[in-house]
Design a protein around this ligand. Structure first.
Ligand code: ADP
Ligand code: MG
Length: 702
């Protein structure tokens, strides 16, 4: 073990100022066991103590003030919960109060009357006097009397607060540690990167992240540490991906007979530039002999289905079968209908397998998959069953990825014994590129970032519930023009009953506003049987109903080009991603489409941002970025298994630029030096080694 590792492995009770009791608290409350743990316990913000205020300068407008003064006397006032310690604090300009509700006996004992202190906190004005409640109080010393400090604020637990183990105390031991740690802090990034991105050295960064001499240095320290963190995060992901490529072979799909025929005779429209690019990326993958593991992102309506079909042709052209798995029966059915038209034109065998396929059909399908008669199977989770076996599954497409977990993907892998099927995961939930790189570092990424030509952008408006009659008027006008309309109600699992009532009430009032025989309404919700849902969808598709009142079951993938109006009820109850998904159900035909977001008057600030974002833009990636800003990456679906929690200091919502730089650097270095043996990459090799050891060595032994 290196000297460095030994130093950072030292238990914190050996640090000056940390006795066994404090060490026990740090162990238990903050999971800090070693010097290494402590030095990486970064403050979450800093208080600006660079300025002092005089008492005469205090104002309630100040978020916080720092006052130098003398403590006069104190008394205990009030009873019960109002019982408090009030001390008089003076400087040459006036007098103020310092107030404590908690820890009264502790402060009574420790305060020195007549002593000089620095008090810090939020000033409040009450009956002629300024006061600070629970100020931070420091004895005035020659070191702190000039101010000029940014004071770190560390996360503490309730228990620590109760025992007066405060941020200040951590800052103090941190100072101790930084003083002795300096010789053991080695540079962890190669010189070239430090130069290129003008990063400060590691030792300086660790010091300034805790105790910065100025805001500018704090910023430099953060930038350096974020870069380093993201660099090693990406290095690991890219390395894993390279490993994966080497380890897993893939079938080679070189022949393109059917593919060519489809292109020449059956392509229903010209592919967009983005679709062509993605098809090329996929073709490049499946001809290498390595296993494809690719994520295809494309906004709703960008035309992923045809890309999926073309990819299937690559498999079929080379004697393999293809499957496509969708999260709902409606969606599977729709894929089936769409793909069947193409398949029939080419004489390809396709079928569908879902939970509601009857036993007789099921048996036939199982057989035809095993004997190779079926070329394409469309389905839901039913495809995952062990009974479903293939003659030679060469490609598995998974639609709407966020509803399927990693485990399910793995299950599809195992369907082919010798060579795993190529995997194409399609999602319409645009994940910001920065996040996708981190979450799906082991998937290659293709993006359809262009909508088919001639699409008119959807017009989105926000209307309050009180303006419902206007909205109804608009709906009638659109139906007059021959259009069809979705009206969607929220369905949130926790209150399914209430939501169901909302939906039914809505359906009734809608039936009154749009009476028979002139208007026909359909209804779609999760409690209906599959065949009932199918019937409703079919009637709507054929134009026999004009308004489809539904819950979010229509969220995913449903495609009725003549439906051009989407009314979303209680829009405040939907997340941004979901609103965008729902809106994507319209705007699929040649007509101008509309989305109406209905809400009550009372909206939180966040909800307003969501609604405004929807009104302002149709761009799924922009929306995803706002979503990420509002919610943070931890909340996005599918991030649980990502290991994203490893990030200490970088913030994926904000540090996209640093992430990109870090990823590109990691990529370039690994391309040139996959085993990290070049002398200039020695710091990386050491760091990777140290991290690997760290997993076992900086262990949590108490
Ligand atoms: P999504 O990416 O949401 O799955 P779809 O594949 O369902 O999108 O395509 C949406 C609609 O756009 C479909 O009606 C499809 O036929 C049509 N479409 C797809 N690609 C093109 C294109 N290049 N030109 C014109 N229309 C297209
Ligand atoms: Mg789709």
């Amino acid at each position: 073990m290196t000297e460095r590792a030994t130093f950072f492995d030292t238990k914190i009770e050996f640090l000056k100022g940390v006795g066994p009791q404090r060490a026990a608290t740090l162990n238990k409350e903050l999971n800090i066991f070693t010097y290494g743990d402590l030095i990486q316990y970064y403050p979450f913000r800093h208080e600006d103590r660079t300025k002092f205020h005089t008492i005469a300068e205090l104002s309630e407008l100040l978020p916080a003030a720092q006052v130098r003064g003398r403590l006069r006397d104190w008394s205990i006032l009030g009873e019960g919960p109002k019982r408090r310690l009030v001390a008089t604090f003076t400087d040459h300009t006036g007098t103020m109060d310092l107030v404590w509700f908690h820890g009264i006996s502790y402060y009574e004992k420790s305060l020195r009357p007549g002593g000089e202190y620095i008090a810090y906190g939020k000033p409040l004005y009450f009956s002629g006097t300024y006061s600070i409640t629970h100020p931070e109080l420091d004895v005035l010393t020659p070191e702190n009397e000039q101010g000029g400090m940014l004071v770190p604020v560390y996360n503490l637990t309730e228990k620590m607060r109760r025992t007066h183990f405060e941020s200040k105390a951590i800052a103090k031991v941190m100072r101790q540690l930084l003083d002795i740690a300096r010789p053991y802090i080695h540079e962890t990034l190669p010189d070239a990167l430090i130069q290129k991105f003008r990063l400060i050295p590691k030792a300086a960064a660790l010091e300034y992240i805790h105790l910065p001499p100025s805001p500018a240095w704090l910023h430099q320290a953060q930038r350096r540490l974020k870069f380093e963190e993201l660099f090693y995060n990406q290095l690991r992901l890219i390395k894993n991906k390279l490993l994966h490529k080497v380890e897993y072979p893939g079938q080679v799909f070189r022949s393109t007979t059917l593919l060519n025929r489809f292109y020449q005779d059956h392509l229903p429209f010209d592919l967009t530039g983005a679709q062509k690019r993605v098809v090329k990326e996929i073709y490049a993958d499946v001809t290498t002999g390595k296993h494809m593991n690719r994520l295809l992102q494309g906004d709703v309506g960008s035309g992923k289905t045809i890309v999926a079909f073309i990819t299937m042709l690559m498999a079929i052209d080379n004697g393999a079968q293809a499957c496509i798995m969708a999260p709902t029966e409606i969606l599977a059915e729709q894929h089936y209908q769409g793909l069947k038209v193409f398949a029939d034109a080419l004489g390809i065998h396709i079928d569908i397998l879902t939970g509601s396929t009857n036993n007789k059909r099921r048996k036939v399908i199982h057989e035809e998959l095993e004997n190779g008669k079926l070329n394409i199977i469309v389905g839901t989770h039913a495809l995952l069953e062990d009974k479903v076996q293939f003659q030679n599954l060469g490609l598995c497409i998974i639609d709407e990825q966020h509803r399927f977990g990693v485990a399910q993907r793995a299950k599809m892998w195992a369907k082919n014994t010798d060579i795993p099927p190529h995997i194409l995961v399609m999602t319409a939930t645009p994940i910001p590129r920065t996040l996708a790189m981190t979450l799906y570092g082991n998937l290659d990424l293709s993006i359809i970032d262009e909508l088919p030509a001639g699409r008119k952008p959807i017009k989105t408006v926000h209307r309050y519930d009180t303006h419902r009659s206007e909205v109804f008027g608009f709906m009638r006008q659109q139906i007059e023009l021959g259009r069809q309309i979705y009206v969607v109600y929220p369905l949130i699992e926790e209150s399914e009953k209430l939501d169901f009532k909302d939906l039914m009430d809505g359906y009734e009032s809608m039936s009154r506003a749009f009476p028979l025989p002139k208007y026909k309404l359909g209804i779609l919700h999760g409690r209906m049987l599959p065949y009932e849902k199918d019937d409703e969808m079919t009637r709507f598709k054929k134009g026999e109903t004009q308004i489809m009142v539904a819950t979010t079951v229509i969220e995913v993938g449903v495609n009725v080009p003549n439906a051009s109006v989407m009314v979303i009820e209680s829009a405040e109850r939907f997340g941004l991603a979901q609103l965008h998904q729902l809106r994507g159900r319209v705007g699929r035909g040649a007509e101008q489409s509309y989305c109406v977001l209905m809400t009550g008057y009372k909206l939180s600030k966040e909800t307003r941002i969501r609604i405004e974002t929807m009104v302002k833009t149709n761009n799924g990636f922009e929306i995803a970025d706002v979503d990420l800003q509002l919610r943070g990456p931890g909340d996005l679906s599918g991030t649980q298994q990502s290991g994203i929690a490893d990030l200490h200091i970088a913030d994926l919502a904000k540090d996209g630029a640093i992430l990109t730089a870090a990823r590109e650097s990691a990529q370039a270095i690994l391309e040139e030096d996959p085993d990290l043996i070049l002398p200039q990459n020695a710091p990386i090799r050491h760091q990777v080694e140290a991290q690997r050891q760290g997993e076992t060595n900086w262990s949590r032994i108490s």
